[in-house]
Design a protein around this ligand. Structure first.
Ligand SMILES: CC(=O)N[C@H]1[C@@H](OP(=O)(O)OP(=O)(O)OC[C@H]2O[C@@H](n3ccc(=O)[nH]c3=O)[C@H](O)[C@@H]2O)O[C@H](CO)[C@@H](O)[C@@H]1O[C@H](C)C(=O)N[C@@H](C)C(=O)N[C@H](CCC(=O)O)C(=O)O
Ligand SMILES: Nc1ncnc2c1ncn2[C@@H]1O[C@H](COP(=O)(O)OP(=O)(O)OP(=O)(O)O)[C@@H](O)[C@H]1O
Ligand SMILES: N[C@H](CCC[C@H](N)C(=O)O)C(=O)O
Ligand SMILES: [Mg+2]
Length: 486
């Protein structure tokens, strides 16, 4: 593509060199530079892309876009100076791929918990309604029926535009994507044209990255601040920060809630481990999904589908056919009659929600055993909180490992244990090996008992010291429950 065309609507401070050149590709990692590419130098969290300008040229980059021009300028290279290279990358990527986000209906979901669930439910609802879509999520990316492994909840803006462009080419009419706070902060959604934006909730998470809750909140809000006046913003007003999200948005505002009056109002009428009877805006329907948090997720998915112009009856009919999202309140029953729930709850709020949901459904004649851990190299503050919640709300909590990464698993476990209140000391034990922990839970159980295995959901690895060892909670449960019932 011609450089001139690529720079359309992009404010440039200074340009040195040939402006009439062709760009073969845009890259922001010097290691991926190819002949005639344009390298964007970005200041990252670990290093500064400006220090790799020369190595990108060695690999073939012909245009350099940066915030600070290098002192030593090479011949036959075009240098472009901009105020914010990271934001400019988004605009360049949109231009390069033909602005695909404007050619379909792009819908983004943000919030601490529920993003994967809502985005996946939407992909499935629209499929039942007869529409093909793109899904960008933590678990996987999907273009129609093609599944692409996921690297990030919200990948970089080049990947996003590449996938959007492919989706447009394959006649997809919708794209559903998770918008993570890292993604917003690192401008991975810059230049994208969102039609609808949904907010799930905001609670304690990622303070290792954002430092304070206020910063985290501000980052999430930015997603709504940047919507245009034709977009629709839908927020959960049962969350105390739900309205904050819409304070400065130009988008049309819509609300959903279970506890208060809202544009979209939901009620849970009945629930058990087989599903729930729900009422949305006065209309009843059954779903095979369980867990109160899924009422919120379904309600947001419903609101987004209604705002997309579909009939309420058609939507509810489609919604009653939905299956559980992988690793989100996924249930299994062993031959011996033990009930397993596999869930991705990896934050204090998510763990509390799922335990409350299970306690609401169970008869209390059985026991509830919770196996969980906390990720290494991540927020330390959530560890004691999760220890407190799990021991308080289960018959027995078995603390184990969940991606210790570069940390010592024993230290993480100690930090979790430090949150257990003295009256619950007899209600927890610690087994660092996750397989052994699950084995212990099964050994301790009797028919009808419930074992919750939290934190990994769909993940199929245990990350230790930079190496991902294969580990899958569901697979382990199936294997052990069978072995042990023999
Ligand atoms: C902390 C974080 O988010 N880091 C992301 C960030 O990398 P970074 O800022 O550390 O990059 P850097 O190493 O400082 O390098 C700066 C720049 O120099 C470039 N560079 C670097 C080396 C080199 O030789 N040449 C070169 O050009 C890099 O490409 C980069 O542009 O930008 C990269 C490119 O987009 C991301 O891949 C990377 O994600 C890392 C791998 C990551 O683990 N991110 C997680 C925390 C994340 O983003 N998670 C959220 C979900 C969280 C949740 O909701 O649970 C997600 O959306 O997935
Ligand atoms: N609406 C919700 N409110 C509170 N908790 C929820 C909600 N939806 C899901 N959860 C809990 O959070 C876990 C993760 O759900 P999900 O994967 O949908 O969230 P996410 O926002 O995509 O998370 P991540 O940021 O890790 O990608 C679930 O397994 C469940 O325990
Ligand atoms: N996207 C989140 C997921 C955490 C899941 C949990 N299993 C862990 O490894 O901490 C993160 O990387 O922080
Ligand atoms: Mg997710």
């Amino acid at each position: 593509m011609k450089l001139e065309e690529l720079l359309k609507r992009i404010p440039v401070l200074e340009m040195i060199g040939n402006q009439n050149t062709d760009v073969s590709e845009i890259v922001f990692d010097s290691r991926k530079a190819v002949a005639d590419s344009l390298y964007v130098a970005i200041k990252g969290t670990v290093s500064d892309g400006h220090s790799f300008i020369d190595s990108s040229i060695e690999k073939g980059a012909k245009v350099i876009l940066c915030e600070v021009l290098p002192e030593d300028l090479k011949d036959n290279v075009t240098y472009i100076q901009v105020k914010d290279a990271s934001k400019t990358l988004g605009q360049l990527a949109s231009n390069f791929y033909g602005n695909p986000s404007e050619k379909l209906n792009l819908i983004g979901v943000t919030g601490t918990n529920g993003k994967t669930s809502v985005a996946t439910l939407l992909f499935d609802i629209f499929k039942i309604l007869g529409f093909q879509s793109l899904l960008i999520s933590t678990v996987e990316y999907r273009i129609r029926d093609e599944i692409i492994p996921s690297t990030h909840t919200t990948p970089d803006v080049i990947r996003i535009n590449q996938m959007l462009a492919k989706a447009v080419k394959l006649d997809c009419e919708y794209a559903f994507m998770e918008v993570s706070s890292h993604g917003i902060h690192q401008n991975r959604t810059e230049g994208l044209h969102f039609k609808i934006a949904g907010f799930t909730n905001i609670t304690h998470d990622h303070l290792d990255y954002h430092k304070t809750f206020e910063e985290y909140l501000k980052t999430k809000k930015r997603f709504f601040d940047e919507l245009n006046s034709e977009a629709i913003a839908i927020t959960n007003i049962d969350d105390k920060n739900g309205n904050v999200m819409l304070q400065n948005t130009k988008a049309k505002k819509k609300t959903y809630a279970l506890k208060t009056m809202a544009d979209f109002h939901g009620k849970m009428l009945e629930t058990d481990f087989n599903g729930m009877l729900l009422n949305f805006n006065g209309k009843e329907f059954w779903t095979t999904l369980s867990g109160k948090f899924n009422v919120y997720n379904l309600l947001l998915a419903y609101a987004i589908t209604v705002e997309s112009g579909f009939h309420e009856e058609d939507i509810l009919k489609a919604m009653s056919q939905l299956k559980t999202v992988k690793g989100r309140f996924e249930t299994l029953k062993s031959e011996g009659g033990i009930f397993f729930i596999i869930d991705y709850a990896h934050t204090p709020d998510a763990l509390e929600n799922i335990l409350d949901s299970i306690n609401e459904i169970r008869t209390k004649n059985e026991r509830l055993i919770t196996v969980f851990g906390c990720g290494g190299d991540r927020d330390h503050a959530k560890r004691p909180e999760m220890g407190k919640i799990a021991s308080r709300k289960s018959t027995l909590a078995i603390i184990t490992s969940d991606n210790p990464r570069t940390e010592n698993p024993a230290t993480i476990i100690q930090e979790i244990e430090s949150g257990v209140e003295p009256q619950y000391f007899s209600k927890y034990t610690s087994i660092p090996d996750r397989r052994e922990a699950i084995k212990m839970a099964i050994k301790f159980s009797e028919p009808k008992d419930i074992i919750l295995i939290a934190g990994k959901g769909h993940e199929n690895y245990q990350e230790i010291d930079g190496i991902k060892h294969h580990f899958d909670d569901k697979e382990t449960v199936i294997e052990l429950a069978k072995l042990m019932s023999k």
